[in-house]
Design a protein around this ligand. Structure first.
Ligand SMILES: [Zn+2]
Ligand SMILES: [Zn+2]
Length: 298
């Protein structure tokens, strides 16, 4: 399929234009209807039940607003009203907190020590991102977006658990070529980083549709690799439960060696107890070799 043909998939004569769609939901009563639908214990919800949940006495007024939503955002069935996925997306956008909240948090201590100076790490929240940094030397250990809705009903420890899982999922999607933001096509490239960057080689995930861009280390792509996961398991550690920012081979490239740059070949050394796993990756960041050695060998 050519690029032109692909682009035409998005052109749609009968589609609601984005501005019209926003105009339809840009109304307190209609948002209240979507929220009531969301909060209902069961869907579909009957007209009268939905009206009483919204708390609107005027049936004609209520019906007017409900009809505006019906079709694009809400589906009418024989048993009442239910979401269509755009209606669900509106509520999810509201719940994520990105539309109307910009919370600031006091920095709080998190698990792990600085890979440079050993000081305890702290998390800082701002601009919808969580950054894990060393308060002593300023070394960054993680920096990813985290919509403010994720702060609700969570203790600092639970926020960081959620952050750990979220980043892993974002990475998996990106590495598999799917943009976590817009679902568009994501490209992954590897190249030497700028001279002022912390790492000498970096991985760039870039979405050609929404231009979402994420730069990572080589090592972090191994978080869900079977060889690495079983290496940790054999040492009694569930890698999935380990905060990724505490793993030196994820955070920095000190444990990464460039074996070749045409084509790219990398080796990442993962050390646990008295054993080292030497993982070799190709330019696609696929693992092509993995060997275990006892550290005393050297
Ligand atoms: Zn430090
Ligand atoms: Zn995108």
């Amino acid at each position: 399929m050519s690029d032109a043909e692909q682009a035409s998939l998005l052109e749609c004569e009968e589609c609601l234009q984005p501005a019209e769609a926003f105009a339809v939901v840009g109304n307190e009563t209609r948002l209240a209807i979507l929220e009531a639908l969301w909060a209902a214990p069961e869907r579909p919800v009957s007209f009268s039940d939905l009206r009483s949940r919204v708390g609107m006495a005027d049936s004609a007024q209520f019906n007017y607003h409900l009809q505006k939503l019906t079709g694009q955002f809400v589906a009418k069935t024989d048993d009442g009203y239910d979401f269509r996925s755009p209606g669900r997306a509106v509520i999810q956008a509201v719940l994520s907190g990105s539309l109307n909240r910009d919370p600031e948090l006091e920095p709080f201590a998190v698990e792990g020590g600085c890979i440079d100076c050993g000081a305890g790490l702290e998390a800082r929240y701002g601009d919808e991102r969580i950054r894990v940094v060393c308060p002593d030397c300023g070394r960054g250990h993680a920096d990813w977006d985290f919509p403010p809705g994720g702060l609700e009903d969570r203790s600092p420890g639970e926020v960081m658990d959620a952050f750990n899982q979220r980043v892993r999922h974002l990475l998996c999607l990106s590495a598999d070529g799917v943009c976590p933001d817009c679902n568009g096509r994501m490209e992954t490239t590897v190249d030497y980083a700028d001279s002022d960057a912390d790492s000498t080689v970096e991985v760039r995930h870039w979405c050609r549709r929404c231009e979402n861009e994420t730069d990572t280390t080589i090592g972090i792509s191994l978080l869900d690799d079977a060889e690495v996961v079983s290496f940790y398991r054999d040492h009694g550690v569930d890698l999935n439960a380990v905060p990724f920012w505490t793993l030196p081979w994820c955070v920095a490239d000190d444990d990464t060696t460039v074996l070749d740059d045409d084509p790219w070949r990398f080796q990442v050394d993962v050390e646990l107890d008295d054993e080292r796993l030497e993982v070799v990756l190709d330019e696609e960041l696929a693992v092509v070799d993995a060997e275990r050695r006892t550290v005393a060998d050297d």
